[in-house]
Design a protein around this ligand. Structure first.
Ligand code: G6P
Ligand code: MG
Length: 220
C-alpha cells in the first residue's frame, strides 16, 4: 500500500534551480570562473559546499582556495541566493503541485520533503505550503548529498514509513539515484533522466491519478 510521497524541492515544488544558478554564476565570475546552465545541471541535489567544489574543479582552481576561503565563498553565494528568495510567492509553486498535495492529504497519504537545501523551510514558508507537509527532513542532519539516499531515508523515518511504501519525486539525476538506492519507487520530472519508473516531462503531467496508476503497475 502506498503510504507516503516524498518530494524534492528545487525543480519539483518550485523552480529555485535558476536562482541557485544566478547566485553561483555571479560568485564564480568574481573568482574568474564561468559557468553555464548546462554545467548547472550537475549542481542539482548537491550541497552548497559540494557545489562550490565542482565549480572550482570546473574552473581548474580546486587547489587555489583554503577551507576558510571556501566557506566565505559559500556564505557569499548564500547571501545572494537568500536575497532572491523574497521573490517567491504561492504563485511560484510549479503547476499541478498544489492540487496533488491536497489530493494526497485527502487520501491520507503522508507527505514529506527531502531537499538537501538548508533554506528549504524558508522556501516552503514563502510558498505558503508548510502546513501541507507532514515532515520536512532537516538537511543539517545529513552527511551526504544526493545521490546518497540519506535525505530520503531521513524523510521516511520522520514520516514513520518504510521506503518500500513510498514514492519519491525528483527532477535531478542524482535525486533519482538516491530514491532508487533506498528502494523507493521513483518518479522523474524532466526528459533526460534515467532510472525513473515513471518519467513525466513536467509537473503539469503530475497528478494523483498517474501516481496511483504507477503504483498499481509496480505492485500487480
Ligand atoms: C538543492 C539544490 C542544490 C543546492 C542544494 C543546497 O539540492 O538542488 O542546487 O546546492 O539544495 O541548497 P542550500 O540552499 O542549502 O545552499
Ligand atoms: Mg531538484
Amino acid at each position: 500500500k502506498l503510504e507516503a510521497v516524498i518530494f524534492d524541492l528545487d525543480g519539483v515544488v518550485t523552480d529555485t534551480a535558476h536562482l541557485h544558478f544566478i547566485a553561483w554564476r555571479d560568485v564564480a565570475q568574481e573568482i574568474g570562473i564561468t559557468i553555464d546552465p548546462v554545467f548547472n545541471e550537475q549542481l542539482k541535489g548537491i550541497s552548497r559546499m559540494a557545489s562550490l567544489q565542482r565549480i572550482l574543479q570546473h574552473g581548474g582552481k580546486a587547489a587555489h582556495f583554503s577551507q576558510a576561503e571556501c566557506e566565505a565563498l559559500c556564505a557569499r553565494k548564500n547571501n545572494r541566493y537568500v536575497a532572491t528568495l523574497s521573490s517567491l510567492t504561492p504563485a511560484s509553486i510549479l503547476p499541478g503541485i498544489t492540487d496533488l498535495l491536497h489530493d494526497l492529504r485527502a487520501r491520507g497519504i503522508r507527505i514529506g520533503l527531502a531537499s538537501v537545501s538548508l533554506n528549504a523551510p524558508i522556501i516552503l514558508n514563502a510558498l505558503g505550503i508548510t502546513p501541507l507537509f507532514d515532515y520536512c527532513a532537516d538537511a543539517s542532519r545529513i552527511k551526504h548529498s544526493k545521490p546518497d539516499p540519506e535525505i530520503f531515508l531521513l524523510a521516511c523515518r520522520g514520516l514513520g514509513v518504510t521506503a518500500q511504501h513510498a514514492i519519491g519525486i525528483e527532477d535531478a539525476q542524482a535525486g533519482i539515484q538516491a530514491i532508487n538506492a533506498c528502494g523507493m519507487a521513483a518518479v522523474g520530472i524532466g526528459d533526460d533522466l534515467t532510472g525513473a519508473g515513471l518519467l513525466l516531462p513536467s509537473t503539469r503531467e503530475l497528478n494523483w491519478h498517474r501516481l496511483d496508476a504507477y503504483w498499481q503497475r509496480l505492485h500487480s
